[in-house]
Design a protein around this ligand. Structure first.
Ligand code: ARG
Length: 461
């Protein structure tokens, strides 16, 4: 392959070392920015013409050249010279090859420093939209399963010890709430991404009479950056985005962790469909929850991406430094990871089959309604601390006699509280425990149904 003369080669008398060329090139990964790079260049070019900085006929040639390049890239026919530094250089070089010297006018009043900031912002803006759509899909899956399983009871855990019965729907909607905060965080992040940096040039702005607002309008940015040095040097919007996706991954990972535990034989609460599990190469009986495990595992990758960008930024002197080229791979990796995880988890969630009987049986055991018995005593006028002690001793007795609470006779209960009569048994049932919690945020059926209504009412059309 012929080596290209560098667009910046004017002051150089020797060619770049081959290894340095490979070492400094970002083309193999920043290629993916091409549609945004071209979109940004077309807007910049229109503005240059509108301001009389280049002639309308030059602008026309440049724009149609850029459109040709876009087409050849989309058709997979574009040949990338491996010795070009990055996507900006690849496009500029190809433009000059196609339309001649006039192509060199495109870079007037612009630097790659503001150009790359623009490309990243245009790209990320689209990706945030895509992630928000996928998040809406996962949330919808959770709500659908919650509605389908509105009568399914789940033992709720703290410390992974059986604690109190809850509705499975309540559990599922807990994830809906977490994801909803992820949605809001990403929307806020998008506001900070959605700022137009072009015009900052290398670092100091440009002396050409450009019109930044016009470029912003052409590209649909509600705001332009207010400081050229800030605009070319900061990548806080990248760090913020990866932090938001880290939290989102953490939420998905915790849900997956429960699915891994619940699908195991000891729990047997859920069956993950065959389409989302894999077998073992040696043990014929196995059906493994690999998808859930991989989502859990990939969470670590995204945390790594966050550490990479934070560490990348911490020691950079103002303003642009080539280190910043290293912002792309962590960002792309976080985006690729979170989008595939969201898509696969939505589908897997919709296909989960819960073993209702097994969950109910488990929810009823382990003295899961002991708190309800204590609450019952409180209603009878006993201070809560004392009630807690009475029920604690009652549980101790049950464990010793290997009985559950419901199977004690009233005389046995009276050993611990003299005032007991038959209505004490009603508060021991799982159903009464759940339906008692009819407050905002509680697990009663009515309360959960109210929340589902609210969610569906607020859902954007
Ligand atoms: N490929 C570079 C990056 O991603 C583009 C900006 C290059 N600017 C420069 N002054 N070398 O950061």
């Amino acid at each position: 392959m012929t080596r290209q003369k560098k667009p910046w080669g004017g002051r150089f008398s020797e060619p770049t070392d081959q290894r340095v060329e490979e070492f400094t090139s970002s083309l193999h990964f920043d290629k993916r920015l091409y549609p945004y790079d071209i979109e940004g260049s077309i807007a910049h070019c229109r503005m240059l013409a509108a301001q009389g900085i280049i002639s309308p006929s030059d602008a026309e040639k440049i724009i149609s050249g850029l459109q040709d390049i876009l087409k050849s890239m989309e058709d997979g026919e574009f040949s990338y010279y491996s010795d070009l530094e990055d996507i900006h250089m690849a496009i500029e070089k190809s433009l000059i090859d196609r339309i001649g010297e006039v192509g060199g006018k495109l870079h007037t009043a612009r630097s790659r420093n503001d150009q790359i900031s623009l490309d990243m912002r245009l790209y990320l803006r689209d990706e945030v939209k895509n992630i928000l759509d996928l998040l809406a899909g996962l949330q919808a899956s959770l709500v659908n399963v919650a509605k389908r399983e509105i009568d399914t009871i789940l033992p709720g855990y703290t410390h992974l010890q059986k604690a109190q019965p809850v509705l499975l729907a309540h559990y599922l909607l807990a994830y809906w709430e977490m994801l909803d905060r992820d949605v809001n965080r990403l929307k806020e992040c998008r506001e900070r991404v959605n700022v137009m940096p072009l015009g900052s040039a290398a670092l100091a702005g440009t002396g050409f009479p450009i019109n930044r607002e016009y470029v912003a309008e052409l590209l649909g940015f509600p705001e332009i950056s207010r400081n050229s040095m800030d605009a070319v040097s900061d990548r806080d919007f990248v760090a913020e985005f990866i932090f938001d996706t880290s939290l989102l991954m953490m939420h998905m990972s915790r849900f997956c962790e429960d699915l891994v535990i619940w699908s195991g034989g000891e729990f047997g609460f859920v069956d993950i469909s065959d389409a989302f599990t894999t077998g073992s190469s040696i043990m014929p009986q196995k059906k493994n929850p690999d998808v859930a495990e991989l989502i859990r595992g990939k969470t670590g990758r995204v945390y790594g991406d966050l550490m990479a960008i934070l560490t990348l930024m911490k020691g950079l002197p103002m303003t642009y430094n080539r280190d910043l080229q290293e912002d792309k791979e962590p960002l792309f990796d976080a985006i690729d990871t979170v989008t595939t995880c969201l898509a696969v988890l939505s589908d897997m969630t919709g296909n989960l089959k819960f073993n209702r009987y097994r969950m109910l049986e488990s929810a009823a055991g382990g003295f899961s309604t002991a708190t309800d018995v204590a609450d019952y005593l409180v209603m009878k006028g006993i201070p809560f601390r004392e009630a807690h002690g009475i029920v604690g001793r009652l549980v101790g007795y049950c464990i010793e006699k290997q009985k559950d609470m419901q199977s004690l006779n009233i005389e046995e209960i009276r050993l611990f509280w003299k005032g007991a009569d038959d209505d004490i048994y009603t508060c021991m049932s799982v159903d009464s425990s759940i339906s008692a919690r009819n407050i905002v945020g509680g697990t009663a059926r009515e309360s959960v149904l109210r929340r589902i209504k609210e969610i569906e009412f607020n859902k954007p059309a």
